[in-house]
Design a protein around this ligand. Structure first.
Ligand SMILES: Cc1ncc(COP(=O)(O)O)c(C=O)c1O
Length: 481
């Protein structure tokens, strides 16, 4: 079967392809050539048609035609009559007159000056992280330095602090149920690697965190989406998917979902845990963002409802992503097995970072209060601005985190995000969060930046939407005529 790349996926790979200088068709051919040379577009891959790609990039068809023509001329692309355009086998090795421009073009560069970046939902660290580092006890450090420092399962004191963190949430936990990792991202990778064989079937929420989709794909998993909405994953759809696919694993985010910010309803927690438990299917519950919840009471973790649940957590969202400290919570036997994988991967997470993390966890309530105040405030302003400026978008109110999942009237988010980028505001279209390249009727707006930045970005976005919508509607009328 010929490998092909869909238009949304190609647009995602192209990243910030418009650098602001030069003709659009030149910038597009430079970016495409770079993808081929980097191996991101391998030989033999079939590209979307020029018309379809032009729509997704929100440029004129002529722009894509000229870019494709120049790559065909260089031997990088090849077209077969009636059978589309492919990356040619020789393309990757072709040395062309365009190569000298590659180094000056940043594929996923910084936003251009004067633009607003509403893509990243990563929060700045809290000031008291630096305070705790400054207050480190030299005696404690000396004690650790006296030892060799290789501790694959993590520092005992930190494992104990994490166990207490779960006790306080209504999930009794012992120290041997915790493995410390380099962030929740590594926790996910190690756990999934231990659980899955290549080709294994995995059920994953749709939409879901891009980091999870990428990790699971890289492990060779086959992903099957299960819809997730305002109250979290749809338990009936999950039950049907379990029956239909007999998966090896379920991956979800019960508390402060990325991108939607949803929190799984208590009654659904019981259903989801019993569905997984009865079918004997392990479930990974990534609740790394849970400390950023700003609406409603803090729920008991899904693992408290029983079943083979692996709970992932992190200090990244409450305190600072730069610490790179996260963890997995599971049964002691499973933790021992995953610790062996951690050991062969990196021999353990930085002890220094763990000492700081242990001290920070004593201040978790302070961090939660700080995140709640800031995020609830920015969300209120964002909601008011969007309701006034772009009333036709349907907003799914987040209950935590720094991102908003918005539904557009049409499946046009990829094209609109391209348009918005050229108007100086960067957002992520829905397919970024889809395991099947769907959800083009949604986009994610991050509000991790200062409120005034976010609101200025939304004002710019509203201008881009007004001009985009007029053209898009006209195009739809022509197509249906
Ligand atoms: C759901 C989810 N899991 C994991 C991570 C990564 O966390 P960490 O910094 O602990 O690796 C993120 C970060 O955005 C996230 O949103």
């Amino acid at each position: 079967m010929t490998a092909r790349i869909g238009p949304h996926q190609l647009v995602r790979l192209l990243g910030d392809w418009v650098s602001g200088d030069g003709a659009l068709h030149d910038q597009l051919s430079v970016a495409l050539r770079r993808l081929v040379h980097a191996g991101a577009l391998p030989s033999g891959v079939r590209l979307p048609s020029e018309r379809v790609l032009a729509t997704s990039l929100n440029v004129g068809r002529r722009t894509v035609e000229v870019a494709f023509d120049s790559l065909r001329f260089e031997g990088i692309f090849k077209s077969r009559r009636g059978d589309g355009t492919y990356v040619s086998v020789a393309g990757r090795h072709a040395v062309t007159r365009g190569d000298d421009r590659l180094s000056t073009f940043a594929l996923t560069g910084r936003p251009h000056s004067g633009s607003f970046d509403l893509r990243s939902a990563a929060l700045p660290g809290l000031p008291f992280v630096a305070e705790e580092v400054a207050r480190l006890d030299p005696g404690v450090l000396a004690q650790q330095v006296h030892l060799h420092g290789y501790q694959p399962a993590g520092l005992y004191e930190l494992r104990q602090a994490v166990a207490e963190y779960y006790d306080a949430l209504g999930l009794p936990t012992t120290t041997d149920q915790i493995l410390i990792t380099s962030g929740a991202q590594q926790a996910l990778r190690l756990t999934a690697m231990w659980l899955l064989e290549p080709g294994a079937r995995v059920l994953i929420e749709e939409p879901s965190f891009r980091g999870a989709i990428d990790v699971l794909r890289r492990l060779g998993a086959q992903l099957y989406p299960v819809p997730s909405g305002v109250d979290g994953i749809d338990a009936d759809a999950l039950s049907d998917a379990i029956g239909q696919y007999r998966p090896a694993l379920i991956v979800l985010q019960s508390t402060v979902q990325n991108p939607t910010g949803s929190v799984l309803e208590p009654s659904r927690r019981a259903s989801v845990a019993s569905l997984a438990g009865e079918a004997g299917i392990p479930l990974i519950d990534d609740i790394a963002p849970s400390d950023t919840q700003f609406d409603g009471g803090r729920p008991r973790p899904l693992a408290a409802y029983g079943g083979p649940v692996f709970t992932l957590g992190s200090t990244s969202k409450a305190f600072w992503g730069g610490l790179r400290v996260g963890w997995v919570r599971a049964d002691p036997e499973r933790i021992t097995a995953i610790t062996l994988m951690k050991s062969s991967e990196d021999l353990g997470t930085s002890v220094l970072a763990q000492i700081v993390a242990e001290r920070l966890l004593q201040r978790i309530e302070e961090a939660r209060a700080e995140r709640r105040a800031v995020l609830a405030g920015t969300w209120r302003l964002l909601r008011e601005a969007l309701n006034e400026l772009i009333p036709e978008w349907r907003l799914q109110p987040p209950r935590g985190g720094a991102s908003l999942w918005a539904q557009l009237p049409d499946p046009c988010a990829t094209a609109f995000a391209q348009r918005a980028a050229r108007k100086g505001v960067l957002v992520l279209p829905g397919p970024t969060f889809s395991s099947v390249d769907g959800l083009d009727d949604h986009l994610r707006l991050a509000f991790a930046a200062a409120p005034e930045e976010v609101i200025a970005g939304v004002e710019r976005l509203a201008e881009a939407w007004a001009s985009f919508r007029t053209r898009w509607s006209a195009r739809a009328v022509v197509k249906s005529a």
